[in-house]
Design a protein around this ligand. Structure first.
Ligand code: 13P
Length: 319
């Protein structure tokens, strides 16, 4: 591990050149989530939130998609575009939240509430998506839930996002799942109060995966892509960022006259940070690690994801 990091520091430029060459030779595209390391964001062909990246995966004409994110994201890309080879550079890059639900447990819940529709957050496995009616991301969860005819909705697996949606869509009855993001949950009410005291002119922008007590203190709640849009258009010059720390790189780069602060040093997603330039080069060179979903699961999960895309439409969400 230490050797690998040292090698990367010494040969970053070489690695970037190597990646560029391999990418051209193999007709590959590099899709990167906003939480990735700075060095990975720098080599992105597409950089964005879960929804933007799902759309990029659908639209690409490349033969190979190198997905720099976590497993469920690469899996969604493969479901939406099965003719492409989708590679996850580090096979261990998972999502603890996605692992907080199984198909078996979801089936039990469906039996308990047979009249309810199932909305699954995109942070879930292909099997769970296949068992759900429609998917959502943090940027379109409200819109998706509003669009559903059923009064009752089983919302899985993030309870904080579910509670946030319930507040915004009171006409529905949301049945929550006991899942949470192990990174966002580390941000406490006290952290935010201290940060607000330290930077009194700053607005606090939070991701809906945060605890409700944290969200209560937020000036604006939105997805990671929403944070870029909001900070760019707001007249405010300082922001406290309530999500994963990888966001700071692009927020600072795109807003040179503005200041961005993290309310705690604890907002680091270890899984997102596993991907390095070395692993991307390795992935392209050896065409590893391919993410594929068995046909029967893929077909059902594709319907769930495509329903979400059709509800949100081609327009960029406002939040
Ligand atoms: P976004 O869709 O806002 O990028 O969030 C993705 C995610 O996994 C948050 O933990």
């Amino acid at each position: 591990m230490i050797d690998r990091e040292r090698t990367e520091n010494l040969y970053k430029e070489d690695l970037r050149k190597k990646i560029k060459k391999l990418k051209e030779k193999k007709n590959a595209v590099i899709i990167v989530h906003n939480y990735q390391r700075d060095e990975i964001q720098e080599i992105a062909d597409y950089l964005g939130d879960s929804l933007e990246l799902a759309r990029a995966a659908v639209d690409t004409t490349a033969d190979i998609i190198v997905f720099c994110g976590v497993h469920f994201m690469a899996e969604s890309a493969s479901i939406l575009n099965p003719s492409k080879m989708v590679l996850l550079p580090v096979k261990e890059a998972g999502c603890p939240l996605a692992d907080m639900i199984t198909v078996q447990k979801l089936r039990q819940k469906k039996q308990e509430f047979p009249d309810a529709a199932v909305v699954c957050y995109v942070n879930s496995s292909a099997e769970v998506k296949a068992e759900s009616d429609v998917s959502c991301t943090s940027s379109n969860a409200i819109e998706v839930v509003r669009s559903i005819k059923n009064k009752r909705i089983i919302f899985v697996p993030d309870k904080n996002l579910g509670m946030y949606v319930q507040k915004e869509v009171p006409e529905k009855k949301i049945i929550l799942w006991e899942g949470f993001c192990s990174t966002h949950i580390r941000l406490t009410e006290e952290d935010v109060i201290t940060a607000k005291n330290n930077w009194p002119k700053a607005e606090f922008i939070a991701h809906p995966e945060c605890d409700p007590l944290v969200l209560k203190l937020a000036d604006h709640v939105c997805s990671t892509a929403g944070m870029f849009r909001y900070s760019k258009t707001s007249n405010t010059k300082e922001f406290i960022i309530g999500t994963e720390s990888g966001m700071l790189y692009r927020l600072k780069r795109e807003n040179p006259g503005k200041k961005f602060y993290m309310p705690t040093t604890h907002l680091v997603c270890a899984n997102m940070k596993l991907t390095t330039l070395g692993w991307v080069a390795h992935s392209l060179e050896n065409l590893v690690y391919e993410v594929k979903v068995p046909d029967d699961v893929r077909e059902k999960a594709r319907v769930t994801l495509e329903r979400m895309l059709s509800i949100t439409g081609k327009n960029k969400p406002k939040t």
